[in-house]
Design a protein around this ligand. Structure first.
Ligand SMILES: C[S@@+](CC[C@H](N)C(=O)[O-])C[C@H]1O[C@@H](n2cnc3c(N)ncnc32)[C@H](O)[C@@H]1O
Length: 321
């Protein structure tokens, strides 16, 4: 289970100390995001930004980390030296990237001053200490530089359909290597991500993950492509969320698009939790030829063993036959 890096968790707790009402703010903020509200209506000051870091940052961090794990498998030679984290909030994705790619130089961009200030405080004395903080709008920014890696986590969801496409084009233009977009795992956000996917393919992007192909997504409503990551809930996190479970499952959808020559997409992807009994494992797969339900019988021992190891979201190889 993914957790926030120890120094980040400690910095959030330190900044939260002595502030009253954070638990109420956290619950209000989580509810606001559940209702698809935008950050600007709910993050108006330092306390709100800290409440976000306490309640939502562990989950968005876990989702971004899961996507970066996949990036490292799909593109093992990719060694980015510069990052633009757009819609950075408190710097969640930049933290996950700094864990995955040591020594990367980070630029954190957001239009919310309270978030940027918090990002700056959290970065003090850590691997993100030299990060550049930029106040800019996703739909209008134009930077002189291009970045090896561009991330945009849980931010496009806050834009209208038209703004989202314009912003995605800008993000892509600013990326020299990979663009990773992570969104909430809801049908609406998946549908919109597919519009972004179409547009980026038109702009000669290659989809590295999660899709094993560059064709239209074969899923039809009410199905949608999304994944899940389990994260530990710390004591503060449980208090903020008002829950008793020691973990939570964060659902997300994502898209990693690459410039030519970077990495290779997987032959297949597991789209749901596999069903297993003593006789077989049943896998819902997306592959180069579209959707497939593959039943792997226990009598095919090597394939059965390989299938039993697979989970929702995993890439598949040629070892299932
Ligand atoms: C839900 S938060 C996600 C923050 C962070 N990326 C994470 O994953 O925890 C959405 C972020 O997008 C930013 N955002 C939304 N619309 C934006 C825009 N038009 N320009 C720049 N930032 C924007 C918000 O200010 C907020 O920081």
């Amino acid at each position: 289970m993914t957790e926030l890096p120890a120094d980040l968790g400690a910095a959030v707790r330190r900044l939260a100390e002595g502030r009253q009402g954070l638990s109420d703010s956290s619950q209000r903020i989580s509810e606001h995001y559940r209702q698809r509200g935008a950050s600007r209506q709910v993050i108006g000051g330092a306390d709100d930004a800290i409440a976000y870091a306490l309640s939502r940052m562990p989950a968005t961090y876990a989702a971004v980390s899961a996507v970066l794990d996949e990036v490292q498998v799909r593109a093992p030679n990719f060694a980015p030296r510069t990052l633009l984290d757009a819609g950075a909030g408190p710097g969640t994705a930049a933290w996950a990237v700094a864990e995955a790619f040591e020594g990367i130089a980070s630029t954190l961009m957001d239009h919310n001053r309270s978030f940027l200030e918090l990002a700056g405080h959290l970065a003090e004395g850590t691997a993100l200490a030299g990060a550049e903080l930029l106040k800019a709008d996703l739909g209008q920014f134009e930077l002189a530089k291009r970045y090896d890696l561009v991330t945009c986590a849980y931010a496009l969801t806050e834009l209208s359909d038209a703004e989202m496409l314009v912003s995605a084009e800008r993000l892509w233009r600013h990326s020299d290597g990979l663009l990773a977009i992570i969104e909430p795992g809801r049908p609406r956000d998946y549908q919109r991500l597919m519009a972004v996917r179409r547009r980026l393919i038109e702009l000669e992007g290659r989809v590295l993950a999660p899709c094993p192909h560059q064709q239209e997504c074969p899923l039809t409503e009410p199905d949608w492509c999304h994944f899940s990551v389990r994260l530990n809930r710390s004591r503060e996190h449980m208090r903020m969320k008002g829950g008793t479970l020691g973990y939570e499952d964060e659902k997300y959808s994502y898209l990693v698009v690459a410039r030519p020559g970077i990495g290779a997409s997987a032959p297949g992807r597991v789209l749901r939790r596999p069903e297993e009994n003593k006789f077989s494992v049943t896998l819902a797969l997306c592959g180069a030829d579209g959707l497939e339900t593959r039943v792997v019988p226990s009598r095919n021992k090597p394939a059965f063993k390989a299938a039993k190891r697979l989970d929702w979201g995993d890439a598949t190889g040629s070892n299932l036959r």
